[in-house]
Design a protein around this ligand. Structure first.
Ligand SMILES: [Zn+2]
Length: 100
């Protein structure tokens, strides 16, 4: 039996991913003039860029939920906000497709 078949690695949760996606949704919703492309490619690029610039925060079970709550406050949240902002700017200037 292969190692990966013995354990359910799907249970690993990266809390950073959840927080980044929430923050991305929030910041993109503030683009009321619709200056930022929100196609699948661009939004996923933004999420990937933002995620690569923050510390990942994996938990392996529900016992990590309380720890995860702490991520919503303070310095980490600040990093997430900045990272998402930078990612949006970067993709806006240099989208992975032709600008229409
Ligand atoms: Zn796009």
């Amino acid at each position: 039996m292969a190692f990966r078949d013995n354990y359910d690695f799907e249970l690993l949760v990266n809390e950073a991913e959840r927080i980044i996606i929430e923050e991305l949704e929030k910041q993109l919703s503030e683009d009321t003039e619709n200056k930022i492309c929100k196609c699948q490619d661009c939004v996923l690029d933004m999420a990937a860029l933002a995620l690569n610039n923050v510390k990942s925060s994996y938990r392996s079970s529900f016992t990590g939920v309380i720890y995860a709550q702490q991520l919503y406050d303070g310095k980490y949240k600040e990093e997430v906000t900045k990272s998402v902002k930078r990612a949006i700017e970067k993709v806006k200037k240099n989208p992975s497709h032709e600008v229409e």
